[in-house]
Design a protein around this ligand. Structure first.
Ligand code: VGL
Ligand code: ZN
Length: 186
Protein backbone atom coordinates (compact mmCIF):
# COMPACT_ATOMS: atom_id res chain seq x y z
CA UNK A 1 0.00 0.00 0.00
CA UNK A 2 1.44 3.41 -0.82
CA UNK A 3 1.60 6.07 1.87
CA UNK A 4 -1.34 7.91 0.33
CA UNK A 5 -0.82 11.14 2.23
CA UNK A 6 2.52 11.62 0.48
CA UNK A 7 1.38 10.15 -2.84
CA UNK A 8 -0.22 11.94 -5.75
CA UNK A 9 -2.21 10.51 -8.63
CA UNK A 10 -1.47 12.22 -11.95
CA UNK A 11 -4.20 11.70 -14.56
CA UNK A 12 -2.63 12.59 -17.90
CA UNK A 13 -4.70 14.01 -20.76
CA UNK A 14 -7.95 12.07 -20.34
CA UNK A 15 -9.69 14.38 -22.82
CA UNK A 16 -12.28 13.88 -25.54
CA UNK A 17 -9.81 14.32 -28.41
CA UNK A 18 -7.75 11.33 -27.18
CA UNK A 19 -10.77 9.03 -26.93
CA UNK A 20 -12.35 7.01 -29.78
CA UNK A 21 -13.89 9.44 -32.33
CA UNK A 22 -11.64 12.23 -31.05
CA UNK A 23 -9.21 14.20 -33.22
CA UNK A 24 -6.17 12.23 -31.99
CA UNK A 25 -7.86 9.07 -30.81
CA UNK A 26 -5.81 6.64 -28.74
CA UNK A 27 -7.01 3.10 -29.52
CA UNK A 28 -9.23 1.81 -26.69
CA UNK A 29 -8.54 4.95 -24.69
CA UNK A 30 -12.08 4.85 -23.32
CA UNK A 31 -11.35 1.54 -21.59
CA UNK A 32 -9.29 3.24 -18.89
CA UNK A 33 -11.88 5.61 -17.51
CA UNK A 34 -13.41 3.22 -14.98
CA UNK A 35 -9.91 2.36 -13.73
CA UNK A 36 -8.96 6.03 -13.47
CA UNK A 37 -12.13 6.76 -11.51
CA UNK A 38 -11.36 3.89 -9.13
CA UNK A 39 -7.77 5.09 -8.60
CA UNK A 40 -8.85 8.66 -7.96
CA UNK A 41 -10.98 7.56 -4.99
CA UNK A 42 -8.20 5.67 -3.17
CA UNK A 43 -7.33 8.65 -0.97
CA UNK A 44 -4.25 10.14 -2.63
CA UNK A 45 -2.86 13.28 -0.99
CA UNK A 46 -3.39 15.08 -4.30
CA UNK A 47 -5.16 14.14 -7.52
CA UNK A 48 -3.74 16.10 -10.44
CA UNK A 49 -5.39 16.06 -13.86
CA UNK A 50 -3.55 17.46 -16.86
CA UNK A 51 -5.13 18.88 -19.99
CA UNK A 52 -3.34 19.28 -23.30
CA UNK A 53 -4.34 22.89 -24.03
CA UNK A 54 -3.07 24.23 -27.32
CA UNK A 55 -3.52 27.54 -29.15
CA UNK A 56 -5.33 27.19 -32.52
CA UNK A 57 -2.09 27.48 -34.54
CA UNK A 58 0.07 25.26 -32.31
CA UNK A 59 3.41 24.11 -33.76
CA UNK A 60 2.55 20.43 -33.15
CA UNK A 61 -0.36 20.60 -35.63
CA UNK A 62 0.09 19.25 -39.17
CA UNK A 63 -0.85 22.53 -40.95
CA UNK A 64 2.00 24.17 -38.99
CA UNK A 65 4.41 21.37 -39.98
CA UNK A 66 3.96 19.39 -36.78
CA UNK A 67 3.44 15.65 -36.33
CA UNK A 68 -0.17 15.64 -35.08
CA UNK A 69 -3.65 16.46 -36.33
CA UNK A 70 -5.17 19.52 -34.69
CA UNK A 71 -6.29 18.47 -31.21
CA UNK A 72 -7.07 19.83 -27.77
CA UNK A 73 -7.46 23.44 -28.77
CA UNK A 74 -7.85 25.40 -25.53
CA UNK A 75 -11.46 25.49 -24.27
CA UNK A 76 -12.78 23.42 -27.21
CA UNK A 77 -15.03 20.41 -26.62
CA UNK A 78 -12.16 18.16 -27.73
CA UNK A 79 -10.07 19.51 -24.87
CA UNK A 80 -12.81 18.84 -22.32
CA UNK A 81 -12.73 15.98 -19.88
CA UNK A 82 -15.14 13.23 -20.95
CA UNK A 83 -18.44 13.18 -19.05
CA UNK A 84 -17.59 9.71 -17.74
CA UNK A 85 -14.50 10.96 -15.88
CA UNK A 86 -15.31 11.63 -12.24
CA UNK A 87 -14.03 15.14 -11.57
CA UNK A 88 -14.95 15.24 -7.88
CA UNK A 89 -11.65 13.81 -6.51
CA UNK A 90 -9.47 16.06 -8.71
CA UNK A 91 -7.64 18.59 -6.55
CA UNK A 92 -5.60 20.41 -9.23
CA UNK A 93 -5.71 20.87 -13.00
CA UNK A 94 -2.52 21.53 -14.98
CA UNK A 95 -2.72 22.90 -18.53
CA UNK A 96 0.21 22.23 -20.84
CA UNK A 97 1.26 22.89 -24.41
CA UNK A 98 -0.02 26.47 -24.23
CA UNK A 99 2.98 28.15 -25.90
CA UNK A 100 2.56 28.37 -29.68
CA UNK A 101 6.16 27.51 -30.53
CA UNK A 102 6.89 24.45 -28.41
CA UNK A 103 5.08 21.34 -27.23
CA UNK A 104 4.80 19.87 -23.75
CA UNK A 105 4.33 16.13 -23.49
CA UNK A 106 5.30 16.01 -19.84
CA UNK A 107 3.11 17.37 -17.05
CA UNK A 108 6.26 18.81 -15.45
CA UNK A 109 8.25 20.58 -18.19
CA UNK A 110 7.78 21.73 -21.76
CA UNK A 111 9.71 19.74 -24.37
CA UNK A 112 12.48 22.36 -24.13
CA UNK A 113 13.18 20.70 -20.75
CA UNK A 114 13.39 24.17 -19.20
CA UNK A 115 9.96 25.77 -18.90
CA UNK A 116 8.16 24.38 -15.86
CA UNK A 117 4.42 23.89 -15.59
CA UNK A 118 4.75 24.42 -11.84
CA UNK A 119 3.80 20.82 -11.01
CA UNK A 120 7.12 20.00 -9.33
CA UNK A 121 6.82 22.94 -6.93
CA UNK A 122 3.14 22.20 -6.35
CA UNK A 123 3.83 18.58 -5.36
CA UNK A 124 6.86 19.47 -3.26
CA UNK A 125 4.78 22.06 -1.41
CA UNK A 126 2.28 19.31 -0.58
CA UNK A 127 5.09 17.03 0.76
CA UNK A 128 4.43 14.52 -2.02
CA UNK A 129 7.32 12.09 -2.59
CA UNK A 130 5.60 9.43 -4.69
CA UNK A 131 3.47 9.69 -7.81
CA UNK A 132 1.22 7.21 -9.58
CA UNK A 133 0.64 8.13 -13.22
CA UNK A 134 -2.18 7.02 -15.50
CA UNK A 135 -3.89 8.27 -18.66
CA UNK A 136 -3.21 8.91 -22.34
CA UNK A 137 -1.14 8.39 -24.29
CA UNK A 138 1.19 5.90 -22.60
CA UNK A 139 3.93 6.30 -25.22
CA UNK A 140 3.90 10.11 -25.29
CA UNK A 141 2.56 12.19 -22.44
CA UNK A 142 2.39 9.45 -19.78
CA UNK A 143 5.96 8.26 -20.50
CA UNK A 144 7.33 11.82 -20.61
CA UNK A 145 5.59 12.65 -17.33
CA UNK A 146 7.01 9.55 -15.65
CA UNK A 147 10.56 10.26 -16.86
CA UNK A 148 10.35 13.82 -15.53
CA UNK A 149 8.84 12.68 -12.23
CA UNK A 150 11.89 10.43 -11.74
CA UNK A 151 14.24 13.30 -12.64
CA UNK A 152 12.46 15.49 -10.09
CA UNK A 153 13.13 12.84 -7.44
CA UNK A 154 9.67 11.32 -6.97
CA UNK A 155 9.20 7.58 -6.55
CA UNK A 156 7.31 6.91 -9.76
CA UNK A 157 4.75 4.27 -10.67
CA UNK A 158 2.73 3.92 -13.86
CA UNK A 159 -0.65 2.21 -13.40
CA UNK A 160 -0.54 0.34 -16.69
CA UNK A 161 -4.12 -0.90 -16.64
CA UNK A 162 -5.21 2.74 -16.55
CA UNK A 163 -3.13 3.72 -19.63
CA UNK A 164 -3.38 3.13 -23.37
CA UNK A 165 -0.78 3.94 -26.02
CA UNK A 166 -0.87 5.17 -29.61
CA UNK A 167 1.59 2.60 -30.96
CA UNK A 168 0.60 -1.07 -31.03
CA UNK A 169 3.88 -2.42 -29.63
CA UNK A 170 4.81 -0.91 -26.28
CA UNK A 171 7.37 -3.54 -25.22
CA UNK A 172 10.54 -1.52 -25.91
CA UNK A 173 9.03 1.51 -24.20
CA UNK A 174 8.10 -0.51 -21.11
CA UNK A 175 11.64 -1.90 -20.94
CA UNK A 176 13.09 1.61 -21.10
CA UNK A 177 10.73 2.89 -18.41
CA UNK A 178 11.64 -0.02 -16.12
CA UNK A 179 15.35 0.47 -16.67
CA UNK A 180 14.93 4.12 -15.68
CA UNK A 181 13.56 3.05 -12.30
CA UNK A 182 9.85 3.48 -12.97
CA UNK A 183 7.60 0.83 -11.42
CA UNK A 184 4.96 -0.57 -13.76
CA UNK A 185 1.93 -1.83 -11.86
CA UNK A 186 -1.31 -3.38 -13.04
C1 VGL B 1 -0.27 13.73 -26.60
C2 VGL B 1 0.44 13.83 -28.77
C3 VGL B 1 0.19 15.18 -28.83
C4 VGL B 1 -0.52 12.90 -25.38
C5 VGL B 1 -0.52 15.09 -26.62
O1 VGL B 1 -1.34 13.31 -24.53
O2 VGL B 1 0.11 11.81 -25.26
N1 VGL B 1 0.22 13.12 -27.68
N2 VGL B 1 -0.29 15.80 -27.75
ZN1 ZN C 1 -0.90 17.85 -27.89
Amino acid sequence: MPDFQHSALIIVDVQNDFLPHGALAVPRGDEIIAQVNALSHLGFGAVIATQDWHPANHCSFAPQGGPWPEHCVAASSGADFPKSLDLSPISHIIHKGMAQNRDSYSAFFDNDRVTSTGLNALLSGLSINHVVICGLALDFCVAATAEDAMRCGFRTDIALEACRGINADQSALLQTLRSNGITLSD
